[in-house]
Write a protein that binds this ligand. Structure first.
Ligand code: BGC
Length: 427
């Protein structure tokens, strides 16, 4: 009888232990995302918010590239009164623009995050005076958009809580008051939140999951900022161009970039919480190869852990397209394969040799692999996702790969003074 009882109870307990929450499932469904940047969050632009920042066709092009989800940064602060009773101008044209994006996302079956972006100059000293205003805004937004399908529409409380507002308890209080305000209208919708310090991964060390169980957590990665933001005239301070990733003979950036992400992963695993990378990107003024190394490194890391990401941005100053022309032909190669966009898929890698007949089998690699299609005098090099050399030697048909840790690599083959390369995945 006892045995029978155990047989009935055990599966129930295990199912519960590993049950995915609604928030986990919705987070996983983000897959690959794009920030709809430089539009509704940018009141410094003329005629803000311009009618034609993005069209349905732009979103269609994103979808065609393989993007599943959209994050719409919005400057709600601009239209929310700073004095009691903190009214919000719901007749403002900003809401018409938001409504169009909601409609397009619906027609294209894409997920959409309504993201409260710039404009909240919160500090440890002034946040109390903004608390009711912040909660009022979210009550109004939730009331207006409670009808949206909670499987596909999300509310993000605040983009990059500022460094000057780094008191964790106060930030939680501000956020939880806003969450209460949203919950008056909907308990179904998943809310997105993040720790202070500009949603920096390092901040997760001190952060704890919040009481509401229908939350997804996010972080941003622009490490190191003097690399990712080089040459951007609007950035304060200005970071000069020519900054490589990683610098020659110095793995500081690699360590630094690893650190933030590592802490988020540790936090996610410790508390079993859903997380996604809400912004990451490198300025188009960065040296092209370094830019690729950075993007590959981070994309492969998150990808190998099934963590969804949203790239910043599509075709502005972090553009992933040559000449800002959106098409499969003009996407910068490394973005295509690192982010698995357009025709690139992991399984497609076996057929990815560049300009040559080099063929590696198997790929993904397990213990060893064979290289074919090259001359007996060819030289081989393997670099890891950060561009670091991990193998160099003369061609040999079979290469033992047990020294490679799981991850992405590039194999370079120099054959009769011609170099060609292809991507390897070690499992
Ligand atoms: C900011 C943008 C900026 C981007 C990259 C965003 O969170 O709002 O203004 O271009 O990060 O730094």
């Amino acid at each position: 009888m006892k045995k029978l009882l155990l047989l009935i109870i055990l599966p129930l307990v295990f199912n519960n232990l590993f049950a995915q929450t609604v928030a986990h499932q919705r987070c996983a469904a983000f897959e690959r995302g794009m920030n709809i940047s430089n539009w509704l969050e940018a009141p410094w632009q003329t005629n803000w918010p311009t009618p034609d920042g993005y069209s349905k066709n732009d979103l269609q092009l994103m979808k065609d590239a393989g993007i599943k989800s959209l994050r719409l940064p919005i400057n709600f602060a601009e239209i929310s009164d700073t004095v009691y009773p903190f009214d919000v101008d719901t007749a403002h044209v900003l809401f018409q623009r938001i409504d169009s994006v909601i409609k397009w996302a619906d027609e294209l079956s894409m997920n959409l995050i309504i993201d409260n972006h710039h404009g909240w100059e919160l500090t440890n000293a002034n946040w109390r005076s903004h608390k009711d205003r912040f909660a009022k805004l979210w009550g109004i937004v939730a009331k207006k958009y409670q009808y949206l399908d909670p499987e596909h529409y999300f509310f993000e409380l605040l983009n990059e809580p500022p460094i000057a507002f780094n008191d964790m308890d106060s930030l939680n209080l501000l956020f939880n008051t806003a969450i209460d305000s949203i919950r008056k209208y909907t308990t179904e919708h998943t809310i997105i939140t993040s720790p202070p310090l500009g949603s920096w991964g390092m901040a997760y060390d001190l952060y704890r999951p919040q009481p509401d169980t229908n939350l997804i957590y996010t972080w941003h990665c622009y490490d190191a900022i003097n690399f990712t933001h080089q040459g951007l005239v609007w950035n304060e301070p200005y970071y000069p161009t020519g900054n490589e990733f990683p610098t020659q003979g110095d793995d500081f950036y690699e360590q630094f970039l690893y650190e933030g992400t590592k802490r988020v992963i540790h936090w996610k695993d410790s508390f079993d919480m859903p997380v996604f990378l809400g912004e990451f990107g490198v300025s188009e003024h960065a040296p092209a190869e370094s830019r690729c190394r950075w993007i590959e490194f981070l994309a492969h890391k998150t990808d190998s852990m099934d963590i969804p990401w949203f790239y910043w941005d599509w075709r502005w100053d972090f553009s992933m397209f040559n000449g800002h022309v959106v098409s499969e032909d003009s996407i910068i190669d490394c973005f295509k394969y690192a982010l698995h966009l357009y025709s690139d898929t992991i399984s497609g890698m076996e057929t990815m040799p560049k300009n040559n007949n080099v063929y590696v089998f198997p790929n993904p690699i397990t213990e060893a692999f064979t290289v074919s299609g090259v001359g007996a005098d060819a030289q081989l090099k393997i670099t890891d996702a950060t561009g670091k050399l991990v193998y160099e030697g003369k061609y040999s048909e079979r290469i033992n790969a047990s020294f490679l840790k799981p991850g992405y690599y590039t194999l370079f083959v120099n054959d009769r003074n011609q170099t060609s390369w292809l991507k390897l995945l070690k499992q």
